[in-house]
Ligand binder design. Structure first.
Ligand SMILES: C[S@@+](CC[C@H](N)C(=O)[O-])C[C@H]1O[C@@H](n2cnc3c(N)ncnc32)[C@H](O)[C@@H]1O
Length: 116
């Protein structure tokens, strides 16, 4: 079955979030890292700029920058609306509120698109 971009919710985290999420310490970062399902995260871009060796895999990479940017623009408001309706289901320790969440996600995805 063909992979359709309009069924994907591209939503990307940044390097700092990846390091927390996967407990990546400085020694881990010296290894070759394969990121499966990295999507529009800025993990690869930021880590590569720091000299690390990251290879990302994701079916959305068959699409162009403009196609992925278009899909991000389509889902952004939908995701943020759902988040605003479910704030009690999330822990707001690192990211303090919805505005910070949206800014963090959009800046990660902007970096991804610049680098892609
Ligand atoms: C919500 S995004 C999260 C991206 C990134 N992991 C992050 O945390 O910032 C989920 C990603 O998983 C990808 N994905 C879905 N099915 C996949 C599969 N079977 N293999 C690899 N990636 C997949 C999607 O294309 C999408 O880019």
């Amino acid at each position: 079955m063909a992979f359709k971009l309009n069924s994907v919710v591209p939503w990307g985290r940044n390097l700092a979030e990846y390091r927390l999420m996967f407990l990546l310490n400085d020694e881990d970062m010296k290894k070759k890292i394969a990121g499966f399902g990295d999507g529009p995260a800025s993990f690869n871009c930021e880590a590569t700029r720091q000299g690390h060796n990251i290879t990302s895999f994701d079916p959305i990479y068959q699409f162009s920058t403009e196609e992925i940017r278009g899909r991000i623009d389509e889902v952004r408001d939908v995701v943020m609306k759902q988040m605003s309706e479910n704030t009690d289901n999330y822990v707001w320790t690192h990211i303090k509120n919805l505005e910070e969440l949206e800014n963090t996600r959009m800046s990660a995805m902007r970096l991804f698109l610049e680098d892609y």
